[in-house]
Design a protein around this ligand. Structure first.
Ligand SMILES: O=C(O)CCC(=O)C(=O)O
Ligand SMILES: [Fe+2]
Length: 233
């Protein structure tokens, strides 16, 4: 994480304000990615494992980390969160939500605890051939932070084909716009968890956002999901 330059945060914030999502490359080294993938099999790191097909969430397996989080994940969460807070608060103001988020992640954690949300939400996801993730939103209780991140742990050019990240944006009285991204290994994508403001003729209006993953045609795809709020269950 020390290789994220200051400029890149400005770029990230501008991109979030303008497009609703932002991509930052080289956040994780290939080594860090490989270690996270290798540890997919280390049971004591996780609190829960979900076979996605069973719940009709798609096809693949994901595992929620348990607290204390591995250092690299805790570091990403703590370093990225304060950079997103100004944008999150701007969004809430533009949408007249009457909500504002605290500057420190530990304070968000306290707000979650007050609502009975105290389980870790970062997760690692694994998809093989045919694997996919149906369009969804990651809300785990009353308290939620409006942005989350996904880090790409391997690469579509050598490890898998297909498996694009899909973001849909739905505005009132219109059909959904798809945004399809295929980031490189080590990249971090930040995107809205449930909605974002878009400036229209009469001020800002709300666009509902969902995300998912298109079918993996071959190989194996791994991602790390970083959600900032804790879960009730
Ligand atoms: O595997 C992906 O790219 C999507 C993961 C996801 O749904 C998440 O991190 O919340
Ligand atoms: Fe998700």
């Amino acid at each position: 994480m020390e290789y994220i330059k200051k400029n890149d945060w400005d770029e990230l914030q501008n991109s979030l304000s303008q497009k609703g999502y932002a991509l930052m490359e080289n956040v994780l080294t290939p080594n860090a990615c490989e270690t996270l993938i290798k540890d997919f099999g280390v049971d004591q790191l996780y609190r829960k494992t979900v076979e996605m097909e069973r719940y009709r969430f798609g096809l693949g397996t994901y595992r929620y980390y348990t607290y204390p989080l591995p250092d690299v994940i805790a570091a990403i969460r703590e370093q990225v969160y304060p950079r997103l807070v100004p944008i999150a608060n701007q969004w809430m103001q533009q949408l007249k939500m009457g909500v504002s988020y605290p500057e420190q992640l530990i304070k968000l954690k306290q707000l979650c605890e007050e609502k009975g949300q105290n389980l870790a939400t970062p997760l690692i996801l694994n998809y093989g051939k045919g694997g996919h993730n149906t369009l969804h939103q990651d809300l785990y209780g009353e308290v939620y932070f409006p942005m989350q991140a996904v880090l790409f742990l391997n690469d579509h050019s050598k490890d898998y084909q297909g498996g694009e990240f899909v973001l849909t944006q739905q505005v009132p009285r219109a059909q959904s716009k798809p945004i399809v991204l295929q980031p490189k290994q080590g990249s971090m994508l930040v995107f809205p968890t449930n909605y974002r403001p878009i400036l229209g003729k009469k001020g800002h209006y709300r666009a509902t956002m969902r995300h998912g993953v298109s079918e993996v045609h071959s190989g194996e795809r791994f991602t790390l999901g970083i959600i900032f709020h804790d879960a009730a269950q």
